[in-house]
Design a binder for this molecule. Structure first.
Ligand code: BMA
Length: 382
C-alpha cells in the first residue's frame, strides 16, 4: 500500500470512529426528545423492560385525599387497603393556567409538587393530565358548559386570535413542570398527557369542535413549545383518546405523529370482562400492542374504573382478566383508575378503609402481573 493511501485510510478510520462516537452519544435515547434528561431516558427504558412481564397500577390524586380524609401526611386509600402506595400517581393541572393556587379539584399546586417529588423519591411513576380552561371562552374543558366551544382549537393554534393566551397557559405549565425538582436539582421525569379523550365530543378539543388537522397542530405545537422554547426535557408524551377503536386507522385519525408521542394509550370506564365493553378494551390494547411494537413505543391504559365499585369483585373478576387476557394486553405498562372524591356520589375507584371490596383489591394487588410501589424492584430512574 502506498504511503498516501495509508494516510488516507488512517484519516478514514478516524472519521469513522468520530461518526460512530457521535451517533452513539446517547445510544439509549429512544424517547421523542433528543435532549431528554438521563433520568427520563432511563425511565423510558425501564418501562420498556418492566412492561414485558408486569403492569403497574396507578391511582389519581392518591396521596392527596381519599374517602374520609384529606391531606394527612403519608395517607393513601391504596395503602390503607393493600399495604402499598400505587406504583403510578396521576395528577391534574386544570386551573394552573389561570394562575389559581389550587386545581379544579381543590388540590393546592404546592402540595401537588411536594407529593410528586415524594412519589418520585419512593420510586413511583408520575403522570399528569390537563383539563385546561378554554383560552377562548375562559370556561372549563367541558364542551357543554360553554358557548364558544367550536372555536377554541382554531383560535389557539399558531395564527389564531387567542394563540398568545394559549402560550401564557403553556408557560404556567412549563413553570410548574420545571419546578418539580429534588433538592439535588434533578427534575422529576413525568408523563404528560394533555388533550385526552379527544375522540369524544365532551371537551373543547374533542371531535366535532375542531378538525383532525387543527387538533394535531395543537398537540404538536404544545410539545414543541415545551421542549424548544421552555427547555422541558423531563417529559414523556402520552396520546390518550377515549377507547372504542378497533383498528390502527381509527386510532391514528387524530394522532399527532411518532415524533411527538412516547406512549400510546386510551381511556375507557366501566369495563366488564363478560361484556362487549371488556372485549372492546382487549381489542384496543391489541391494536396498541401492534402499533407500539412497530414504533418502539410504550402503551398504557391511561384511565379506567368502575364508578363507586358497584360491580362485585371488579378488580379480580373484571379488570384483571381484561389486562391479563393475552400477551398483548399484558404488555400495557400501566393501568390507572381515577380519583376517590367523597364530594360526588359514587365517584371513587379504589376501595377505602372498611369497604367491602377491599379484600378483592388486595387480591388484585397480590397477582404476579400487577405492580404496586412496594413491588418495584427495578429503579425506574437510575
Ligand atoms: C373528572 C371528575 C371531575 C374532575 C376531573 C378532573 O373525571 O373527576 O370531578 O374535575 O375529572 O380531575
Amino acid at each position: 500500500m502506498k504511503q498516501s493511501s495509508i494516510k488516507f485510510s488512517i484519516i478514514l478510520i478516524f472519521l469513522g470512529a468520530g461518526l460512530a462516537v457521535q451517533s452513539c452519544s446517547s445510544p439509549d435515547n429512544q424517547t421523542t426528545d433528543q435532549d431528554a434528561s438521563k433520568e427520563t431516558i432511563k425511565l423510558f427504558n425501564s418501562l420498556m423492560e418492566l412492561s414485558k412481564n408486569h403492569t403497574m397500577f396507578g391511582h389519581q390524586d392518591d396521596p392527596a385525599y381519599g374517602i374520609g380524609w384529606a391531606y394527612e401526611e403519608g395517607k393513601s386509600d391504596c395503602k390503607i387497603t393493600t399495604g402499598s402506595y400505587p406504583a403510578v400517581y396521576g395528577w391534574e393541572l386544570g386551573g394552573l393556567e389561570l394562575g389559581n393556587p389550587k386545581n379544579l379539584d381543590d388540590v393546592p399546586f404546592d402540595t401537588m409538587r411536594k407529593l410528586i417529588i415524594e412519589g418520585y423519591k419512593r420510586g413511583g411513576l408520575i403522570t399528569i393530565s390537563w383539563h385546561e380552561y378554554s383560552p377562548l371562552s375562559g370556561k372549563d374543558s367541558w364542551a357543554d358548559t360553554k358557548d364558544t366551544v367550536n372555536g377554541t382549537v382554531e383560535a389557539i393554534i399558531p395564527g389564531g386570535s387567542h394563540h398568545d393566551v394559549y402560550i401564557q397557559h403553556l408557560d404556567k405549565v412549563a413553570d410548574f413542570l420545571l419546578s418539580l425538582k429534588t433538592p439535588d436539582g434533578t427534575l422529576v421525569p413525568v408523563i404528560f398527557r394533555p388533550l385526552h379523550e379527544n375522540m369524544g365530543g365532551w371537551f373543547w378539543w374533542g371531535t366535532g369542535h375542531c378538525s383532525a388537522d387543527q387538533y394535531k397542530t395543537l398537540f404538536q405545537f404544545t410539545v414543541d413549545y415545551l421542549k424548544t422554547e421552555r427547555g422541558v426535557h423531563h417529559a414523556l408524551y402520552c396520546y390518550s383518546p377515549n377507547g372504542g377503536f378497533s383498528s390502527e386507522e381509527e386510532y391514528l385519525e387524530r394522532y399527532p405523529g411518532d415524533n411527538y408521542i412516547d406512549i400510546l394509550a386510551f381511556d375507557q370506564y366501566s369495563i366488564r370482562s363478560d361484556k362487549e365493553s371488556g372485549q372492546q378494551a382487549i381489542r384496543s390494547m391489541e391494536v396498541l400492542a401492534d402499533m407500539a411494537a412497530e414504533r418502539n413505543k410504550l402503551y398504557a391504559f391511561s384511565e379506567t374504573g368502575d364508578y363507586g365499585l358497584k360491580t362485585q369483585n371488579w378488580f379480580t373478576a373484571h379488570l384483571l382478566p381484561i389486562i391479563n387476557a393475552n400477551e398483548k394486553t399484558r404488555g400495557i405498562t400501566y393501568v390507572l383508575v381515577w380519583r376517590n372524591d367523597e364530594n360526588q356520589v359514587d365517584h371513587f375507584f379504589v376501595p377505602y378503609e372498611g369497604h367491602e371490596q377491599a379484600a378483592d383489591f388486595k387480591k388484585f394487588r397480590e397477582h404476579d402481573l400487577i405492580l404496586f410501589e412496594d413491588d418495584l424492584t427495578l429503579n425506574l430512574y437510575h
